[in-house]
Write a protein that binds this ligand. Structure first.
Ligand code: BGC
Length: 248
């Protein structure tokens, strides 16, 4: 079965039909740049361009980089325009897509669902935490394979700062940190804090950085949990969005 998945990110809106049996994209994905300001109206247009590129007419799953309740309502918008807050994203996108059924899910939760089913978290029990390092830090917490949605661990406080402002991939770029410095200090300190709170068995590191894990994973020391890169890499959000739309 195929369902369409769209991933709304800080820099791009990417999507493709997803083969849900394989957990992979059924066609090469299409990307448009995220508009700035990333208002509901302008982002909805971007989502429409991506979906229309494939002439898709079935159900669509969409990730959003903020808290999403009931597959529809946006509650926070740390890295997109504030006017998203309290928007019914399912209604907005459904209407923009000419009445297609739409499910909306937090981006990290979507990536986590995909990784637990098809990737690095497959068959893993106990507490597993996927963290995406990108513009922000996203989190997906699983207990025996069951997701606790909207955990927002990127906004834990670290040294009096919002953790994602210290340890995201954007923070590394903004402050010209080497991979080694970022990993050995910022990411290590952040993981130690999350580990102190949750004692997970496994951390899965997702987001764009998962493709470059050799540059930073060897520099993260002193964490008891196993740490592995995400396997679906940058497609995890698209696959997970489609899985949620299919009722996973
Ligand atoms: C948001 C999360 C999101 C993460 C990654 C954070 O700023 O609050 O909801 O999952 O960024 O995009």
């Amino acid at each position: 079965m195929q369902i369409f998945g769209v991933d709304i990110g800080g820099s791009g809106i990417k999507g493709a039909p997803v083969d849900l049996d394989k957990g992979d994209l059924a066609q090469e994905r299409h990307k448009v740049l995220t508009p700035h300001p990333a208002t509901p109206d302008s982002v909805a247009d971007g989502v429409k361009q991506v979906v229309d590129h494939f002439g898709w007419t079935g159900p669509v799953g969409v990730t959003f980089p903020g808290v999403v309740t009931d597959g529809a309502a946006i509650r926070t918008a740390a890295n997109v325009d504030d006017s998203w807050i309290d928007t019914d994203a399912r209604a907005l996108l459904g209407e923009r897509l000419g009445g297609l059924p739409v499910t909306v899910v937090n981006d990290a939760d979507a990536a986590g669902v995909a990784e637990m089913h098809f990737g690095a978290g497959r068959d893993r029990r106990g507490t597993v935490i996927l963290l995406t390092f990108g513009t922000g830090i996203g989190s997906a917490v699983f207990s025996d394979g069951v997701l606790v949605p909207n955990t927002e661990l990127g906004h834990l406080e670290l040294d009096g700062h919002d953790a994602e402002k210290r340890a995201s991939s954007k923070a590394r770029e903004d402050h010209d940190m080497t991979w080694e410095h970022w990993a050995a200090h910022r990411v290590r300190q952040y993981l130690a804090h999350v580990e102190m709170l949750f004692s997970p068995e496994l951390f899965i590191i997702g987001g764009g950085v998962s493709r470059k894990s050799h540059k930073f994973l060897p520099h993260i020391e002193g964490i008891k949990a196993e740490i592995v890169p995400a396997q679906l890499q940058n497609n995890a959000g698209i696959v997970g969005a489609a899985m949620r739309a299919a009722g996973h």
